[in-house]
Design a protein around this ligand. Sequence first.
Ligand SMILES: NC(=O)c1ccc[n+]([C@@H]2O[C@H](COP(=O)([O-])OP(=O)(O)OC[C@H]3O[C@@H](n4cnc5c(N)ncnc54)[C@H](O)[C@@H]3O)[C@@H](O)[C@H]2O)c1
Length: 418
Amino acid sequence: MDNYQVKDISLAPQGHLQIEWAAKHMPVLNIIKERFEKEKPLEGQTLVACLHVTKETAVLIKVLIAGGAKVALCGSNPLSTQDDVAAALADSGVHVYAWRGQNTEDYYKCIEKVLEFKPTITMDDGADVVGMIHGKRQDLIKDIIGGTEETTTGVVRLKAMEQDGSLKYPIVAVNEALTKYLFDNRYGTGQSTIDGILRATSVLLAGKNFVVGGYGWCSRGIAMRAQGLGANVIVTEVQPTRALEAVMNGLRVMTMAEAAPIGDIFATATGDINVIRKEHMEKMKEGAIMCNSGHFNVEISLPDLEALSVSHRSMRPNMEEYTTKDGRHLYLLGEGRLVNLAAAEGHPSEVMDMSFANQALCSEFVAKSKKLDTKVYNVPKDIDEKIAELKLQSMGIKIDELTEEQKKYLSTWEMGTT
Ligand SMILES: NC(=O)c1ccc[n+]([C@@H]2O[C@H](COP(=O)([O-])OP(=O)(O)OC[C@H]3O[C@@H](n4cnc5c(N)ncnc54)[C@H](O)[C@@H]3O)[C@@H](O)[C@H]2O)c1
């Protein structure tokens, strides 16, 4: 078996610097690494990870190896791999199979490749590894003690498997930790989506009508940051309470059909399919820009965009211009894949510090648990709280502690109006 497959191993020196830079902003993971080096909680485990191959992921991989795990890594999206980082990991002896710009066939081949390492623990971002194991590689299930899942869409898929009885080993839903979705999905996706849009287009956001598909954790972050840059933010939603929350946050809420003719920029992050489709694209104005930060490239209908167009050309890196039959130009960023990873570098290291601290500690939880039930677990509360505590500590921030009197007051019912 080849030890690795990357685009260009000569990119390793730049990749090493990138990883070093990320590690400087990931203090919680550094603390965990020090402990893992001593205690080796993952000794004897083979961990197969399918994650966006970024500089932050590289820092996590080194923590897992420090903990004693044998690791094989592939990318969790055809466009999200940072080739210099992949090269640096390969150069450090990691079994990595990932490069940017893979076609779908190569993407799945790399998952098949890492599965040849025969995992005892899986680490997914979008549940594609779990999907393949439960489909083509059921022979591996007997040796797998558990897995972890990074993102909302993956958790949705896993819960559907749990519901219909097809899930065959336990998974910890890292996404459900407060120290994950409150920060990664909101501030991480918020900042990096704007970063991706700006790198791909370099347009001014101030004064633009910026349509955000969804008002969940990711889309709230995108709306918040676009608003901060002076855009007129419009939100589309399907859940009344979330729509109401957007209204009360001072945003305009309307249907996508109403937003389509007035939007300058459209950014989706719903985890849903065909949020922007033919009937919307038909009404968009000349020059409208579309992008997506949801996990899969299905939120903007590419088949519809292609059917409406007579031609398309690449105008700038990560920006495709489509000319429609009625002569308009519509712009699609990063092929409709996660724009923050396709056109920028993904989430800043500071938020991935917490997401990946959850990954590291949840792998330890899986490795140390004698017998877990076959279901989707939430991240244990003590892990979540420890990560928040360590993050605050690393920022030099102290918080108050409950006094004995306050503890008593908060746990009894006798004292009312005085
Ligand atoms: N780009 C990244 O780096 C990144 C990071 C984290 C999560 N994600 C992905 O982003 C997506 C959203 O994650 P989240 O945590 O915000 O989920 P969430 O469940 O908090 O929010 C999704 C929102 O979209 C709304 N929605 C669903 N269908 C819709 C439709 N047709 N029109 C308008 N709104 C609709 C839902 O009502 C919900 O409020 C998922 O696919 C997740 O995996 C991406």
